[in-house]
Design a protein around this ligand. Structure first.
Ligand SMILES: [Zn+2]
Ligand SMILES: [Zn+2]
Length: 157
C-alpha cells in the first residue's frame, strides 16, 4: 500500500525547459474563474491544484532561477506567477502570504493517451470566483463566490 504522502505528480512547460514535481496531498483543487486567472492564462477558467510550498520542487537543471521569470501581481503583492523564460508558459502560481504554491492541471505530465495518472486525486472539487465566470459550467460541483466554505455558495448544479 502506498501512502498519500508518496504520491508525486510532475509537470512541465511547453518547451520543457522548466519542470516541477509535487508530492503528497493537495490543499485545494479548484477551477478558478477569477479575472486574474482569465487574463494571465487566456482561458475562461484555470484548473489550479494547490500545495504547501514544502511539497513543491523544481526538477529542471539548476540554477532554477535561470529558466524562470517570476512576476508580481501589483494589486496583490503577496502573489506571484512564474513562467518559463523561453516559451512563456505559466507554470506556477505562488502566494507568499500563506506559503502555498499552485500548479495547473494543463501543465501536468500525461500518459500515452493524454491522461494524467491518478486523476481522481487531483481533479477539481469546486469552482471558485464563479461570479466572474466567462461561461456556465453544469458539472454538479459546488460553485462559490470566493474560496470554498469561506464564501457564498452560488450553485451546486
Ligand atoms: Zn518553456
Ligand atoms: Zn484565479
Amino acid at each position: 500500500m502506498t501512502s498519500e504522502s508518496s504520491e508525486t505528480y510532475r509537470g512541465f512547460c511547453h518547451c520543457k525547459a522548466v519542470s516541477w514535481a509535487v508530492s503528497g496531498k493537495p490543499l485545494r483543487r479548484v477551477f478558478c474563474h477569477c479575472t486574474l486567472c482569465q487574463r494571465l492564462h487566456g482561458a475562461p477558467f484555470v484548473h489550479a491544484i494547490q500545495y504547501p510550498n514544502s511539497q513543491f520542487r523544481w526538477t529542471h537543471a539548476g540554477p532554477h532561477e535561470d529558466h524562470i521569470e517570476r512576476f508580481n501581481i501589483p494589486e496583490k503583492p503577496w502573489k506571484y506567477r512564474v513562467r518559463c523564460k523561453k516559451c512563456g508558459v505559466m507554470v506556477v502560481g505562488e502566494n507568499t502570504k500563506i506559503d502555498v504554491l499552485g500548479v495547473f492541471g494543463g501543465g501536468m505530465e500525461r500518459d500515452g493517451d493524454g491522461n494524467v495518472k491518478d486523476w481522481d486525486k487531483v481533479k477539481a472539487t469546486d469552482h471558485i470566483f464563479y461570479d466572474t465566470r466567462l461561461m456556465d459550467v453544469h458539472d454538479g460541483l459546488p460553485k462559490w463566490e470566493g474560496y470554498p466554505e469561506q464564501s457564498k455558495l452560488l450553485s451546486s448544479t
